[in-house]
Design a protein around this ligand. Sequence first.
Ligand code: ADP
Ligand code: MG
Length: 343
Amino acid sequence: MNEEKRTEIGEIGEFGLIDRITEKFEIKNQKIVKGIGDDAAVYDIGDKYLLITSDMLLEGVHFDLSYIPLSHLGYKTVAVNISDIAAMNGIPSQITVNLGLSNRFSIEAVDSLYEGIKAACDEYKVDLVGGDTTSSSSGLVISVTALGEVDRDKITYRSGAMENDILCVTGDLGGAFAGLQVLEREKQEFLANPEMQPQLNTYDYVVGRQLRPKARMDMVYELKDLSIQPTSMIDISDGLASEAFHLCKQSGLGISIYEEKVPIEKQTYETSAEFSIDPNSCALNGGEDYELLFTIKQEDFEKIKNHSDIHTIGYMQSAKKGRTFITRSQHIVELQAQGWKHF
Ligand code: ADP
Ligand code: MG
């Protein structure tokens, strides 16, 4: 009998799997400046670099149609791709959209989805230039590929951070995860009592963060206006801790993050408290905030120190010093991608 070896994906995880795929492929085309491993692939088109990125959202995994309106879903799918272009310090230009639809969806439903896609195309000034449509037997599948451009000397990789660079984050964190908790609770209450009207008014901010996140293109323009060239950058799709790890790994460095500096909105605090979740955990491990995490040279600190939407939360240190999280009570603990453990 032929006994083939079977290894569960869970044993190596998503990133281990991507590394394994990458190992087997050599770049053949010299114009590829960066293949797998950053927020977008980079292609040399002469005076500029072309950026290419793709993200897929699956019903039942990434979204639940009982609480995300289709127009928001359309908007979000585009925004999360634009966010990866922003993370390379690039300007988005085109998208393609691939759809898997079951007969559960009417023309009106597809119209709503595209209403959101159009709103995002208008907001981020990108053109829809193609895609593919198929039937799906397992719920809605929506995948977007975004293209963008960046000046050769403006590109930012995950790998460019240097020791003592200042770590910055835009906006605030943890809101999207807190919003998801509210939506999940409302769904359970609705299932138990379909007469019930959802009470979302007091959670408008966090619910908005979950259902209709913005790509921080405004920050890409702002950094340019401030004459700041980030040394490294990534967008926060998986939570601050995980993204900070990517910057560390690819820059060959350690990191230090101060708990008191991590920006968390009042409503995120209040909602977390209601669900008995540590708000820091929402920020560090929650994900889906789509803010930008980047490093700058110390000499650029003056330019952003009073900026209301850019927060300095730590600094890069040698790999030997490790990845540390300094609590409000000044305890130094190890930064963990899922919670953290004391030394
Ligand atoms: P992000 O969170 O910024 O979208 P991911 O963690 O999804 O980035 O992906 C990290 C890198 O791995 C990217 O360069 C992406 O293009 C690449 N990647 C992800 N999945 C695959 C795959 N199935 N095959 C090849 N490359 C992949
Ligand atoms: Mg990304």
